[in-house]
Structures are given as structure tokens and as C-alpha cells.
Design a protein around this ligand. Structure first.
Ligand code: ADP
Ligand code: MG
Length: 435
């Protein structure tokens, strides 16, 4: 038994999952969804990219199929998320999975105008996604009523702890009815997490899925070293024309790069579309739909725009430029290898990108496989890892670099960065896995 249909989800939710292009539930979904539907409290730990969002959003939506308690007004489902960014992603998932349902949603996030939030709090709302800081604000001013909360979800609870949200979270939980159900999701488990769980959950079922993220299993992750930008273009040319290359997403660093690559590939006779933040939502949807239906085979995308791509049969993801944030790497390559199919992810890098390669490898917990394409070998000798502290050197993808000697691992003031400039403190590394 490992299909969504076996999970006793409502038909509208099954349709939505199918429309999202998911073949079968991930291990965490397989275990968490039935337990959540049975009304149990859960503490679930699983790696990033293993599909935790659907593991709580689907049971939450199923709960909304029952009528709300009489004379209640406030949210029935409350999802706490550490950051605005993650909260928006959750909301996007809610929209995706409630595609065939009518669900009223709201967000309470720091940095949003109060007026808008207050308006939202005045009407009836089924599901609210909030960051703890701002929600506590409203709670303390008596502006939010959590007495109708049936299900409380703490997503990325480890990050909420790291960010010092423990008190707000406990306070928010205390404002919800005691009879509520609570689901806690985390990527890591430690004592602090166990203590928090002990305070907020009732006889929780513990689910610990050690498995690799969706992206890690079925995807062949290859690393391609390029001498310079021109070399990258030649590699791209080869990859998109390769035997077996079906639907392919190419990631570019900027909107302009995406447009330019799309033009270039178009001129070479490929059926190609672009997808980036300058396009209106309707245009973006059209581009994704064109790929889904096979009217185009190549889609050139930026990270921002790519979040909405759910196309089932993507064979290749090509990172023409590496992502600026290691976590985005997982999101990018997760576009392929769906539904048990295999996929290939190529990542191109030039000498100056090595730090990003390392950050990605640290984030995913394994190294990428160096790959050589006969006839398109890199000409110069690959640079070996250099020590930490790379933040102070700007990245110029494609710029020819000089191969200077570098100091060995562990020596902190490596010879690459301008020696006069101070090293950025660890917390502000522009490319850190804890983005
Ligand atoms: P997590 O919260 O564990 O880091 P997400 O919920 O963000 O992971 O899911 C990661 C990616 O996997 C998303 O792009 C999501 O659409 C996709 N996904 C989730 N469930 C499935 C599934 N059953 N099959 C295929 N892809 C899935
Ligand atoms: Mg998540």
C-alpha cells in the first residue's frame, strides 16, 4: 500500500495531488497523513525536501470538510512558520492542494501592513499561516481569537527554536483550546525539541523518517566544470540536444539571463519558454502549462518563478548558474525525478563558484559527481576546495579566473580574498545553508 488513494483522503484532495503531478506519497506523508487524519498529535522529523508540507496540509484540508463549530469565527487551522518566506510557501501549497475546494485562508506575517491583517481577522477564516512574532502581537492586543483552533501545526519547529520563538510559540499554543490536535514538524530532533514537544503535545506519535529527501534518491546529480561563460553555453547546447533529454528546466541567475538563454535556444530551433518574476502570473501559468502539455520542451527559469512548476515528466534540470542559496538547489532539482521516475540534474560551475558547490554539498550531505562530456572537457586543472570565509569575494559567473595557489583546509585566512578586507561574520554569509 503506497498510493495516495490508500490514505483515505477525500476525492477532491486526491485530484489536487494528481494535478500536482505526484505519483505516490513520500515516506513521511505515508506515515504522517493517516496518523494526523486519526486525530493524533504528531512529532515528525524528516529532512528538507521530503514533502512535509503536504503531510500536514492534506490532513488539515480534510478536517475542513467537516462543518465548523457553531458560532465560531476564528481560524480552525493555525500553522506557525519561522519566516515569511516559508509561510508564503505553505500558503502556496495550501492553494495547490485545495484547488478543488473552497477554503478561506489568511496570513499574519511580520512586515505586512497591520490594516490588511486586521481586516482579515475580522472575517471568517478557515486556515491561517502565521509567523509567531507577529501573531503574538495581535494576540496580546486581543485582536485575534484562537478559540476555534482545531489543529495547530508547528512547521520547521527547529528553526523556530533557533530563532528564539519558543515563548511566543508556547503562548500561542496556550491560547488555542486544549482539545486541539497538534502536529510538530522538524528537520532535526534534539533535547530542546523533545522538551517543547513535551509541553505542547499530548501522547504524540513519533515519526522519524531517516530517508533522504525526494530529490536525493532518484536523481543523478552531476557536476560540470566550465572554463568560462562561453564554455557554459557550449555545454548547455550539448545537454539540451542530448539523446534522452526530454522536458528540461534550465535555471539562470537573472531574468535577463533567462530571456537571453531562451532567445538563444529558440534561435537554434528548440521549443523553449522563459519563466521569471517579470512575467505576470497568467503568463507564468501559460509557460508552465505549455511545458506540461509538451508544446515546449525547454523552460528557462529563475528561482523565484520556479516555485510553481509542478510538471510530472521532467527528465533534466540544468543549473546554468548555481543557486545563490543552497536550499534552492534542492528545490530546483526536485523538479525532476518525480513519481519514481529517474532524472538527471546538471550543475555547471566555473572556478569562482567553487564555494557555492561546497555549500550545496554541505547542505545535501553528499558530494556531487564530477562529470565530463567528451569533447567539452574543461581545459584547466580543477580548483580544489579552499578554506571557509569566502563571503567577501563577489561571484562573477563565467568570468575567467586566474588559478592562484590556495592554502589548505583549516587555514582560515585563505589567499583568495583580498587580504585587507575583513571576513564577514559567519551569520551573514550570503550563501549559507541556514538561509
Ligand atoms: P519539506 O517541507 O519536507 O522540505 P516540501 O513539502 O517543501 O518539503 O516538498 C518538497 C518538494 O516536493 C515540493 O516541490 C513538493 O511539491 C514536492 N512533493 C511533495 N510531495 C510529493 C510527492 N508525494 N511526490 C512528488 N513530489 C512531492
Ligand atoms: Mg517544509
Amino acid at each position: 500500500m503506497n498510493s495516495f488513494a490508500d490514505l483515505e483522503l477525500h476525492p477532491t484532495l486526491l485530484r489536487a495531488v494528481e494535478a500536482a503531478g505526484y505519483g505516490e506519497p513520500t515516506p513521511i506523508q505515508m506515515r504522517a497523513i493517516p496518523a494526523a487524519l486519526a486525530g493524533r498529535d504528531l512529532i515528525a522529523s524528516a529532512n528538507t525536501g521530503t514533502g512535509k508540507t503536504a503531510a500536514f496540509v492534506l490532513p488539515a484540508l480534510q478536517r475542513l470538510k467537516t462543518p465548523r463549530a457553531e458560532n465560531t469565527w476564528g481560524p480552525r487551522i493555525l500553522v506557525l512558520s519561522p519566516t515569511r518566506e516559508l509561510a508564503s510557501q505553505i500558503l502556496e501549497a495550501v492553494r495547490k492542494y485545495s484547488k478543488f475546494d473552497r477554503v478561506s485562508t489568511g496570513v499574519i506575517l511580520g512586515g505586512m501592513p497591520y490594516r490588511e491583517q486586521l481586516r482579515m481577522l475580522q472575517r471568517r477564516v478557515d486556515l491561517v499561516v502565521a509567523t509567531p512574532g507577529r501573531l503574538i502581537d495581535h494576540l496580546e492586543r486581543g485582536r485575534v481569537d484562537l478559540s476555534a483552533v482545531e489543529l495547530l501545526v508547528l512547521d520547521e519547529a527547529d528553526r523556530m527554536l533557533d530563532m528564539g520563538f519558543i515563548d511566543p510559540v508556547v503562548q500561542i499554543a496556550a491560547a488555542c483550546p486544549e482539545s486541539r490536535q497538534t502536529l510538530l514538524f522538524t528537520a532535526t530532533m534534539d533535547d530542546a525539541m523533545s522538551r517543547l514537544a513535551g509541553r505542547l503535545l499530548r501522547q504524540p506519535e513519533r515519526i522519524d523518517v531517516a530517508g533522504k529527501s525526494i530529490s536525493h534518491d532518484a536523481i543523478d546529480q552531476r557536476l560540470l566544470r566550465a572554463d568560462n561563460l562561453d564554455h557554459k553555453h557550449r555545454l548547455l547546447d550539448h545537454l539540451v540536444s542530448e539523446d534522452g533529454a526530454g522536458k528540461t528546466i534550465v535555471f539562470a541567475a537573472t531574468k535577463r539571463d533567462a530571456d537571453r538563454l531562451a532567445d538563444e535556444l529558440n534561435a537554434k530551433g528548440h521549443s523553449v519558454g522563459a519563466l521569471h518574476g517579470d512575467m505576470k502570473q497568467a503568463q507564468r501559468n501559460r509557460a508552465i502549462e505549455a511545458l506540461r502539455r509538451g508544446r515546449i520542451r525547454l523552460l528557462i527559469a529563475t528561482d523565484v518563478a520556479a516555485r510553481g512548476i509542478d510538471v510530472a515528466d521532467i527528465t533534466h534540470v540544468i543549473n546554468f548558474d548555481l543557486p545563490k542559496v543552497a536550499e534552492d538547489y534542492v528545490h530546483r532539482i526536485g523538479r525532476t525525478g518525480r513519481a519514481g521516475a529517474s532524472g538527471i540534474a546538471y550543475s555547471m560551475y566555473t572556478g569562482s563558484d567553487w564555494k557555492q558547490v561546497k555549500a550545496i554539498e554541505r547542505f545535501i550531505g553528499r558530494s556531487l559527481t564530477a562529470h565530463i562530456i567528451p569533447g567539452l572537457e574543461p581545459s584547466d586543472r580543477p580548483r580544489r576546495p579552499r578554506p571557509q570565509g569566502f563571503a567577501d569575494k563577489p561571484r562573477h559567473a563565467g568570468r575567467a579566473h586566474s588559478e592562484r595557489p590556495h592554502s589548505e583546509r583549516g587555514q582560515r585566512d585563505g589567499g583568495f580574498a583580498a587580504p585587507r578586507r575583513p571576513r564577514a561574520p559567519t551569520g551573514s554569509r550570503p550563501f549559507s545553508s541556514a538561509s
